[in-house]
Design a binder for this molecule. Structure first.
Ligand code: GTP
Ligand code: MG
Length: 421
C-alpha cells in the first residue's frame, strides 16, 4: 500500500492552507444542512480557543457537505478575526466525474479533508465537533485539546450524559462490542466529538479506507478503533450533556447502523491479532469534573420498532437463517407475535446475534450490504426490548442494564473467538 497518497483539496483551500503555512491547533466542524445549530457551535469553538489557548495559532475548518440551507454563510457570519477554511466535500456531479477521488459524500470524507489540512499545517492537536450540537460550551474545546497538548495523550473520546434512548447504536453495539473486542471501556466510541494529535491525524490519512463505510458514518468507530489498536494513549473527557438533533431509531437509523456495523466488522478483519487474545476490559482515564445534568427526553416509537421486527420474522427467515446460528433462530422465532408489554430480547440472545453476524460477515455467507441491512429489524427488536425494560428508570439506572450487556459480550467472547477462522 502506498503511504504517500495525497488527499486532494479544492484549489481555494490549497491556497489558503499555503498562506496559513503552519498552526498549533485545529478544530474541525463537519456540516450538512445544520443552519439552525452551527452558529452556536462555531461561537463555542471560537470562545474556547480564545479563552483556553489564547497564545496558540489556531485554525477552524468547516468541512461542509454541500448544504443547501445556508450553513456556510452562517459560519462566515459568525467568524471575524481568525483564519477559517471552508471546504466542500461534495463536488458538483460534473466536478466529481473529473476528480472522483475527491471522495464520496459523508461525514468521513469531511474528516479526511480535516486530517489532510491538519497534516499540511503540521498541527500539534486537533478537535472535531458535530455541528448539530446544542449543548456545546467553550470548555469542550479545552477538554478535547488539553489532554493532547499537555497530558501526553493521543486520542480523547467524549464522555457525556445522554438521555437513555439517545445513542442506541452506541449502547447496544458500538460500546459493548468495542469493549469486549479491544478491552477498553470507551463509553462513547462513536460520540462524534473527539480530540487527537497531529500524528494520529497523519496515521489516519495513511490508512486507505476512504472508499468504504469509513467515508460515511463509519468514521467515528474507525477513528476510535484505530486509536486503540495503534497503541495510541486514549482517554475520555467529561463534557456534560450531549443535546443534539436526535433521530428516531425506527425512522432514520438504518443507513447509519449499516455503516457503523460495517466498519466495526471490517475492523475486526483488519485487527484479529489484537482482539482475539483479549478476555477482559479496563477503564479508560477520564478528564473533567463530573456532574449531573438534565437531558432532553427522546421519544421512541416502540410499536413501530416491533412491527419492523415482526415483519422481519416473516420476510427475512431465509437471510437470517444463513447469518445466525440455529439456536439464535429458534429463540427469535419464539418471539413471534409476543405482545408488546411482554416482549424481551435477552442480552445473551442479542450478543449471539451480533457475534453470529460478525462471523457471517467475515465468512462471506451473504453479500455484505444485504447482511448489514438484514440486521436492522433485529436491532430494532433489541432496541424496543431495551426501551420496555428500562421504562420508568432514570438514565443512571438504565446504565446498569448497559453494563450488564457489556458483561454478557465479554463473557461470551470465547464463542466468537473459537469460531473465527
Ligand atoms: N460534510 C458532511 N458532514 C456530514 C455529512 N453527514 C453528516 N455530517 C455531519 O456529521 C455530524 C454528525 O451527524 P449527525 O447526523 O448529527 O449524526 P450523529 O449525531 O452521529 O447521529 P445521531 O446520534 O443518530 O443523531 C454533523 O455535524 C453533520 O453535519 C455529510 O454527508 N457531509
Ligand atoms: Mg447528531
Amino acid at each position: 500500500m502506498l503511504n504517500s497518497t495525497i488527499t486532494p483539496l479544492a484549489a481555494q483551500t490549497e491556497l489558503t492552507v499555503e498562506q496559513i503555512g503552519a498552526a498549533d491547533l485545529l478544530v474541525g466542524v463537519p456540516s450538512f444542512n445544520n443552519a439552525d445549530t452551527i452558529g452556536h457551535v462555531i461561537r463555542a469553538v471560537r470562545a474556547g480557543l480564545a479563552k483556553y489557548f489564547p497564545d496558540r495559532r489556531a485554525v477552524l475548518v468547516n468541512a461542509d457537505g454541500g448544504s443547501t440551507d445556508g450553513t456556510p454563510a452562517i459560519v462566515a457570519d459568525t467568524l471575524v478575526d481568525f483564519d477559517v477554511l471552508f471546504i466542500g466535500d461534495r463536488q458538483s456531479p460534473l466536478h466529481r466525474i473529473v476528480t472522483p477521488y475527491h471522495g464520496i459524500p459523508g461525514k468521513g470524507s469531511a474528516f479526511r479533508t480535516i486530517f489532510e489540512i491538519a497534516k499540511r499545517l503540521n498541527v500539534q492537536a486537533c478537535a472535531v465537533v458535530d455541528s448539530d450540537l446544542r449543548s456545546i460550551t467553550p470548555e469542550w474545546i479545552e477538554l478535547l485539546l488539553r489532554p493532547i497538548v499537555q497530558e501526553g495523550f493521543d486520542y480523547v473520546a467524549p464522555f457525556y450524559q445522554r438521555h437513555k434512548y439517545d445513542g442506541t447504536i452506541t449502547n447496544s453495539i458500538a460500546y459493548p462490542l468495542t469493549r469486549a473486542l479491544y478491552g477498553y471501556q470507551v463509553r462513547q466510541p462513536i460520540g462524534g466529538d473527539f480530540g487527537f494529535s497531529g500524528d494520529l491525524a497523519k496515521h489516519y490519512l495513511n490508512r486507505h479506507v476512504w472508499e468504504s463505510d469509513v467515508a460515511r458514518f463509519g468514521i467515528d468507530i474507525w477513528m476510535t478503533t484505530e486509536a486503540l489498536t495503534s497503541g495510541a494513549r486514549v482517554c475520555q473527557s467529561f463534557l456534560g450533556a450531549k443535546i443534539h438533533n436526535p433521530k428516531d431509531p425506527a425512522a432514520d437509523l438504518s443507513d447509519m447502523l449499516a455503516q457503523v456495523t460495517g466498519a466495526l466488522f471490517s475492523l475486526m478483519e483488519t485487527h484479529p491479532a489484537t482482539w482475539t487474545p483479549v478476555r477482559a476490559s479496563e477503564p479508560v482515564p477520564l478528564f473533567g469534573f463530573q456532574y449531573e445534568t438534565g437531558v432532553e427526553p427522546i421519544h421512541v416509537n416502540v410499536d413501530r420498532m416491533l412491527e419492523v421486527f415482526q415483519q422481519g420474522l416473516q420476510d427475512l427467515q431465509p437471510v437470517w437463517s444463513r447469518m445466525l446460528s440455529e439456536e439464535s433462530m429458534a429463540q427469535l422465532n419464539a418471539l413471534q407475535g409476543v405482545a408488546t408489554a411482554a416482549f424481551r430480547m435477552p442480552d445473551d440472545l442479542w450478543v449471539r446475534v451480533i457475534y453470529d453476524t460478525a462471523l457471517s460477515y467475515h465468512a462471506g455467507v451473504l453479500p455484505k450490504d444485504h447482511l448489514l441491512k438484514a440486521l436492522t429489524p433485529l436491532y430494532l427488536g433489541r432496541t424496543a426490548s431495551f426501551v420496555l425494560q428500562t421504562q420508568g428508570l432514570t438514565t443512571r439506572e438504565a446504565e446498569h442494564h448497559i453494563e450488564a450487556l457489556c458483561r454478557a459480550f465479554e463473557s461470551r467472547k470465547e464463542y466468537l473467538v473459537t469460531r473465527w477462522p
